[in-house]
Structures are given as structure tokens and as C-alpha cells.
Design a protein around this ligand. Structure first.
Ligand code: ADP
Length: 459
């Protein structure tokens, strides 16, 4: 579920891109700063070489040596060293190299550099920080070497790096949170659509998605979705009207055929072929008329045209009567009908229609329960509502079958050996809804089913 969440995937992508681009931006800034800092140090060192060259030219070697002496005794002397070499690689002057003792054993090779100025960075054994060293000619075949500790630069760049890391550690999780929030916000419209589509799939075809005011892609999708639903609903209503009209138009001719067959049946010997055919025709006409009448009853109840004949109905008494009516069927299958009823269960309802609801549920429970099974029918007072439960230990239904049993003419494959026309539950649902109630069903294959009808006391 989480892995397939688009919001999560978008957040991860956003987080990855955000982290990489922040790292890249920080790396560029850091390298730029490091190069500026080094350039500044190099400029200083080159300036020093130029200054000493000028001093040598104007005031001679003595002054240069004095100046070198003064520099090597200055406050930050531990951070800088100077050496002066003559053309024969002989050391003319050296500052105190006590804290630079590693120089001699290191990669550093002293010597004359000719006319060029050379700059390099050294790791001096025994020192915590690297040093930047310049060697350049200052005239009279003399080469001046100045080494400067990079402690300040490295400490500065270390602080910058630490600052970047801390900023990244704060930015990346907050970037993730912002990304998650943005992804959820962008996908909330899709969730709205999914939610509505789910309710429509469960049968609420009149549902529509709320179209937001922004007119963005999601709103356009919602709009298109609603237009599609309008068309589907119009088609379904059209088809239902057609079936209802057809049923209506068939009822009269079918009634006349039945009447003729009945006349023929009465006028002929039951053992003749004509008598048998007349009997079969009457039976088939009865079956068709029942389907037609039930279809019309459903259509009437669903369209809201059904006028409920509301009276005070004692549900407990109604159930006792129904259980009595079905007792012979139950006994023939060795199925026990278990009845549990509270004393006061009066609701305002249409007696005949409620009788048909209970009869259909009880009929199904008995039909789809194997011999020696159990059927229970209970009423529970839930205050404003009464809960009627019909449960059985029968064949049960799969989740896919459950989602379709209230459709007109739908029958589960395994039930086809039983008598029925697939209209009983559609009729029950239409009548219960006409009373402002609802029907819920739970079922497990091979274990049993449980139908729950909730009816308001007010009817
Ligand atoms: P039918 O006339 O076929 O019983 P219904 O509309 O009453 O038509 O029921 C529709 C289908 O739902 C049935 O064909 C059956 O497959 C299934 N069904 C209904 N009630 C039960 C039940 N109690 N146990 C198992 N299946 C049931």
C-alpha cells in the first residue's frame, strides 16, 4: 500500500532531486570559496616576493636580511617561515624552524628555482595544518622561500563545511516534509476521485466528484469524470425505462394468453396432450407474470412512485408469521429456524412490503443452506432504528459475488440449480430504501451469510 503510493514516490523523487541539487550547489560554493581563499594567500605570498625583490634592488642584501629577521621575530612567527638561498644552494638566512622541523624530512626539496616563481602546498610532518610555500628569485641569484601555515584558511573552510552539513541536515528532512505535503496536496483531487469512484462502484451511481475552482488538470479530470457518469447514468436510466416499459406492455398480452390457456385447460382432459400443454402454458405464464410484476414493483419503489401504505407494524409478529410460513420448507430440509425477538418492535411501515422483504431473505437463507444447517432471524432494538438480521450456515458468497447480488436478475453461478429469478434481493433493497432504511450483507463462502436490515422506527 505504502510502496504503491504515488505521493510517497513523488516525495522520494522530490527528496532525491532536492538533496542532489543542494549537495551540488553547496559543493560548487565551497570549491569556489576554497579557490578564492587560496588565491588570496597566493597573491599575498607573490606580493611578498615582489616586495623583497624591490627591497634588494633598492637597498641591498643587508636591508633584506634585516627585514627577514624582523619578520621572523614577529608575533605570528610560528605560522610563517622564511629561508634565503644563494645560487650555490647555500642557505643564506633561515627563520627559526623549531616548529617546522618536519620540513627537512618531508617532500620539500629546497633549491634554486631559476627565474620562475613556484607555489605548492605541503603537508609538514608534525603540524596540524598544511602550508602554502612560495619560492621565487629576488635578484643577485638569490631565491627566497616563504612558507605560510594554512591554519586560518583551513579553520575557516572547516567552519563553512560544518555550516553546510548542518544546513543540509536540517534542509533535507524539511524538504522531505514539504515534498510530502505538496504531493499530498496535488494528489488530493485524485483521492477525491478514487473515493467517489469507489462509492459509485458500490452502487451509488448518483454520486459526483466535487470540481475544484482552480481549473487545473485534476479539476478537468473531475469534470470529465462527472460528464462520463452523467452519460452512464442516462444510459442506465434509459435501459431501465425500456425494461420497465417492456414489462408493462407484456403484462396484458401475457395475462390474456394465460386466461386462454386456463380456459383450454378447464375444457380438456388433463391427460391429453392439449390438457398438458395448456397446464404448462399456464405455469410458464405465471412465472413470466411474476417476473414482470416484480420488475414493475422494483421500478415503482426505486422511482419513488410507490405509495407506502404506512401503518404501525409489529416486526416481531411479522417475523413469527414468516417463520411459521417457512417452517414446512425448513423441516423438509432439517434446517432449524432460530428466532430471537425483543418484545417491543413496532415501526411505521408498509406491512405487505415489509413481509415481502422478510420472506425474500428467509426464502434465500433456506434455499442456500444445505440440509441440517441453521437459519437465524433476530431483531435488535437500536433506539431510533430496528436491526433485523437474517443469517444462515449456507453456501455463502465470494466478495465479487457479494458486490453484485442486488443487481436485477443477477444469480451466483452455484445458485442456478435452485429455483429463482434473481429479483428477490433487488426487490428487498428497493422496498427497504423506500422505507428510508438500508441493507448490509456479510458472507463467507462455505460458511454462511448474514443480511442486516436497518429500519427507522418512523418509517
Ligand atoms: P434468487 O431468486 O436467485 O434467490 P435473489 O435476488 O434473491 O435471487 O438473490 C440473488 C443471488 O444472491 C442468488 O441467486 C444467490 O446466488 C445469492 N444469494 C442470496 N441470498 C443468499 C444466501 N443467503 N446465501 C447464499 N447466496 C445467496
Amino acid at each position: 500500500m505504502i510502496r504503491s503510493s504515488l505521493a510517497l514516490r513523488l516525495t522520494l523523487w522530490y527528496g532525491a532531486v532536492f538533496t542532489l541539487s543542494s549537495l551540488l550547489a553547496f559543493a560548487v560554493v565551497y570549491l569556489l570559496m576554497a579557490s578564492i581563499v587560496q588565491q588570496r594567500t597566493d597573491d599575498d605570498l607573490e606580493g611578498d616576493i615582489e616586495e623583497f625583490a624591490a627591497l634588494l634592488e633598492s637597498e641591498g642584501l643587508e636591508s633584506v636580511l634585516d627585514e627577514l629577521m624582523a619578520e621572523s621575530q614577529a608575533e605570528d612567527a610560528g605560522q610563517v617561515y622564511v629561508r634565503l638561498w644563494d645560487g650555490g644552494d647555500k642557505l643564506v638566512f633561515s627563520s627559526n624552524l623549531e616548529s617546522w622541523s618536519g620540513l627537512e624530512g618531508g617532500q620539500h626539496t629546497p633549491g634554486i628555482v631559476g627565474d620562475e616563481v613556484r607555489l605548492n602546498t605541503l603537508s609538514v610532518p608534525g603540524r596540524d595544518h598544511k602550508a602554502r610555500v612560495i619560492r621565487g628569485p629576488i635578484g643577485l641569484n638569490l631565491t627566497l622561500e616563504i612558507g605560510e601555515s594554512l591554519a586560518d584558511d583551513e579553520i575557516f573552510l572547516g567552519k563553512v563545511l560544518k555550516g553546510f552539513v548542518v544546513t543540509l541536515l536540517v534542509m533535507i528532512p524539511s524538504g522531505g516534509v514539504v515534498g510530502w505535503f505538496m504531493a499530498r496536496r496535488a494528489l488530493s483531487g485524485v483521492q477525491r476521485l478514487t473515493h467517489t469512484a469507489g462509492r459509485i462502484a458500490a452502487g451509488a451511481l448518483e454520486q459526483r466528484v466535487i470540481v475544484g475552482p482552480r481549473g487545473d488538470e485534476i479539476d478537468q479530470l473531475a469534470q470529465t469524470f462527472n460528464t462520463m457518469l452523467d452519460r452512464i447514468e442516462a444510459l442506465i436510466i434509459g435501459m431501465r425505462e425500456m425494461t420497465d416499459n417492456l414489462a408493462h406492455d407484456l403484462r396484458s398480452p401475457l395475462g390474456r394468453i394465460r386466461a386462454s390457456a386456463e380456459t383450454l385447460m378447464h375444457g380438456s382432459d388433463a391427460h391429453t396432450e392439449v390438457g398438458t400443454l395448456a397446464l404448462e402454458t399456464t405455469g410458464e405464464c405465471d412465472r413470466l407474470l411474476e417476473i414482470i410484476n416484480t420488475t414493475l414493483d422494483i421500478a415503482e419503489a426505486e422511482s419513488g412512485a410507490a405509495r407506502l401504505n404506512l401503518t404501525a407494524v409489529d416486526l416481531a409478529a411479522l417475523i413469527v408469521d414468516a417463520a411459521d410460513l417457512f417452517q414446512p420448507v425448513a423441516e423438509s430440509k432439517h434446517v432449524c429456524i432460530d428466532v430471537d425477538l425483543p418484545p417491543d418492535c413496532i415501526i411505521n411501515g408498509d406491512l405487505q412490503r415489509l413481509q415481502r422483504v422478510v420472506a425474500n431473505l428467509l426464502d434465500n437463507a433456506l434455499k442456500y443452506t444445505a440440509p441440517d444447517g441453521r437459519v437465524g432471524i433476530h431483531l435488535t432494538d437500536r433506539g431510533e432504528r430496528i436491526e433485523l438480521v437474517v443469517e444462515d450456515s449456507g453456501i455463502g458468497m465470494s466478495a465479487e459475488e457479494l458486490s453484485r447480488i442486488f443487481e436485477r436478475f443477477y444469480r451466483c453461478d452455484r445458485s442456478r440449480t435452485q429455483a429463482g429469478n434473481g429479483l428477490g434481493l433487488s426487490l428487498a433493497l428497493a422496498f427497504v430504501r423506500a422505507h428510508g432504511g438500508e441493507i448490509k450483507v456479510e458472507s463467507t463462502p462455505e460458511t454462511g451469510s448474514r443480511f442486516t436490515v436497518l429500519l427507522g422506527r418512523a418509517g
